[in-house]
Design a protein around this ligand. Structure first.
Ligand SMILES: Cc1cc2nc3c(=O)[nH]c(=O)nc-3n(C[C@H](O)[C@H](O)[C@H](O)COP(=O)(O)O)c2cc1C
Length: 264
């Protein structure tokens, strides 16, 4: 069986999940396959359901938030599988992915897909750039390349194992909270480019004031912070010290280099 279409679907507020998926897909593509990109960052993109067919292959990439997939997707993925092959990929900041890979695999299967393989890869931590610093690196990319090759070869043979087993447990770990909604820290240095407005997956940032209009709905993805070209966003100064100290404690517990894992 040949795969006609590869759909690359990702939610990637700070860009590393997209990078990982592109690296894997780059090793899978052949002259016959067409690559379709579905960036699920905006509410509009998540509102349209991707209709797949059995000769499609869908790679879905999610960052790990608190050992889970981001809360926006707990109720389901915006896709209708119709028997398409499916590859869940989670990307995390060198702590752990806990139940996120299992959760993403279950979400894909609930959407009508058949799991071909799964992977967990490491990248820079979006809340603390000192965790997973420099990741993915050359070693990671070599593993992504190898994973992509294996997926392409298995898809061509339709070598589906029946049930791909991945780590994780149900009920999933409880979802967490990082009560440090980023704000605009320096009004004078802000260049009013609006990058933060479009970087916010839940459109919370007021396009006039660049302040979070509904802070209680913040996902804490830090997309607005990491994408700001003049780096003028962050937690309010009153809590910045607490935030830094929590991040430092987390980093101190996660110094060991974690390695990518793949499952078939
Ligand atoms: C709210 C939040 C929670 C996170 N939780 C975890 C976690 O449980 N384990 C981990 O290793 N990394 C965690 N991370 C780090 C991200 O999974 C990691 O930085 C990922 O590469 C971000 O993907 P992106 O660049 O596509 O946004 C978390 C990041 C955020 C923003």
């Amino acid at each position: 069986m040949s795969v006609n279409n590869i759909h690359l679907c990702y939610f990637s507020p700070t860009g590393t999940t997209r990078l990982v998926l592109e690296s894997i897909a780059g090793s899978m593509k052949s002259a016959e396959t067409r690559l379709h990109v579905h960036d699920w960052l905006s509410p509009e993109s998540r509102a349209s359901i991707l209709e797949c067919s059995p000769d499609d292959l869908v790679l879905v990439g999610m960052p790990v938030y608190y050992g889970r997939v981001p809360s926006l997707f707990h109720a389901g993925l915006p896709l209708s599988g119709n028997g398409a092959l499916f590859v869940p990929v989670v990307v995390y900041g060198n702590r752990h992915y806990d139940d996120a890979l299992l959760e993403l695999k279950n979400l894909g299967e609930a959407a009508g897909c058949t799991c071909l393989g799964a992977g967990a890869f490491i990248a820079r931590h979006s809340l603390n750039p000192h965790m997973g610093e420099g990741r993915p690196d050359a070693e990671d990319h070599a593993m992504m390349h190898d994973f992509g090759k294996q997926l392409a070869e298995r898809a061509a043979r339709h070598a589906v194992s029946g049930s791909v087993s991945v780590p994780g447990e149900m009920p999933y770990v409880p979802y967490g909270k990082t009560p440090f909604t980023p704000v605009l820290l320096d009004h004078d240095a802000c260049i009013a480019c609006g990058t933060c407005v479009s970087a916010c997956p839940v459109r919370l940032i007021d396009p006039e004031t660049f302040e979070p209009a509904k802070p209680e709905q913040c996902l804490f993805c830090y997309g607005c912070v990491r994408n700001c070209p003049v780096q003028v966003r962050g937690p309010v100064p009153a809590v910045a010290e607490v935030f830094d100290s929590r991040m430092n404690q987390l980093a101190a517990r996660c110094t060991e280099r974690r390695v990518p894992e793949t499952f078939f």
